[in-house]
Write a protein that binds this ligand. Sequence first.
Ligand code: DP6
Length: 422
Amino acid sequence: MAAESGKQRLMTVTAQTPTNIAVIKYWGKRDEDLILPINDSISVTLDPDHLCTTTSVAVSPAFTHDRMWLNGKEVSLSGGRFQNCLRELRSRANDVEDEEKGVKIAKEDWEKLHVHIVSYNNFPTAAGLASSAAGLACLVFSLAKLMNVKEDHSKLSAIARQGSGSACRSLYGGFVKWIMGKEENGNDSIAVQLADEKHWDDLVIIIAVVSSRQKETSSTSGMRDTVETSELIKHRAKEVVPKRIIQMEEAIANRDFSAFAHLACADSNQFHAVCLDTLPPIFYMNDTSHRIISSVERWNRHEGTPQVAYTFDAGPNAVLISRNRNAAVLMLQRLLFYFPPQPDTDLNSYVIGDKTIMKDAGIHEMKDVEALAPPPEISDNNSVQRNRGDVSYFICTRPGRGPVVLTDESRSLINPETGLPK
Ligand code: DP6
């Protein structure tokens, strides 16, 4: 790495990458190292304004080894998954020249140069939301930009996949399919965009972050146990998912919410059924998750056509996809009726993200929550239960865009003088 001025021998890139929620789930690998799945999956990318990872990466001849900081804490990069991603990226790196900074890096230098990676999630990691998907996708995307990797997003998705399977779907906005692929080397196991975020912009998403005391089984070990012990997963991967993938692609192409909701709910339920069919059984959902499902099912049935679809990943949090804004407003009223906050909670921190939905729901202060009437689909008002405190908070969001580079240097998380987190 050559530099004309001794001072700025540091090059950085900052990028922002969204998280995603699967509506046809990935669960089970056929190759653990390369992270190759046993079925295709489809996801919706969530708006990075509300849920995303921002990552700054830097290179300098002064760096002695690769280092990474996540949410302010240094984390180890020694794991096989990180190493696989770094190796894949370095092998595809190209010459880089930044005339303004007087920096020049030759293709072959990348093997010897070290990088610093500083990553930050704009949502609480402890919430159990898919932070690894956004994190790994952002690491790969930002390093690819820094190293002038010329591959398109699909090729980059195959690299991100080796960091965490679901990360490959975060390389695109809108609606994304991860094609399982057939090749042994995994080169054809890539993500493709089915439609961008503008294609179906009626959809509104509410996430219920459910309080949980239970230590959850990681996706990685959970799906390994499922593949080893469940009979049901074979039927799912071979017979059920291939048909659902075709139907889901059609539902998305036609913006057919009824079909979309039926498929998403059925697939979430089947994923949790194969978890139950695992030895020892895995329980990701809890009583609150089940209550949310029942309330959505009851309302959808009452309306005659689905208003909201639910889906749950490897944890108790509900992701509720509403057919339009009006349905989201009515959903939020129901959620706040069933799951009011503790009396000392600040409403402003109980419903976060796009707060205009709360305003449209007529909820401005705590007394509005207390005054909510039971939804009309409840026939016996005496049996109504309000489960105060069972939800930590709600996030209102929508389908969103894919990764972007942030050119504004003030957004960088790396101190340009020291190469360390700001
Ligand atoms: C339930 O991508 O976290 O969220 O590939 O082992 O890193 P690894 O697992 P991960 O699994 C995600 C599983 C899921 C469903 C999905 O996102 O499709």
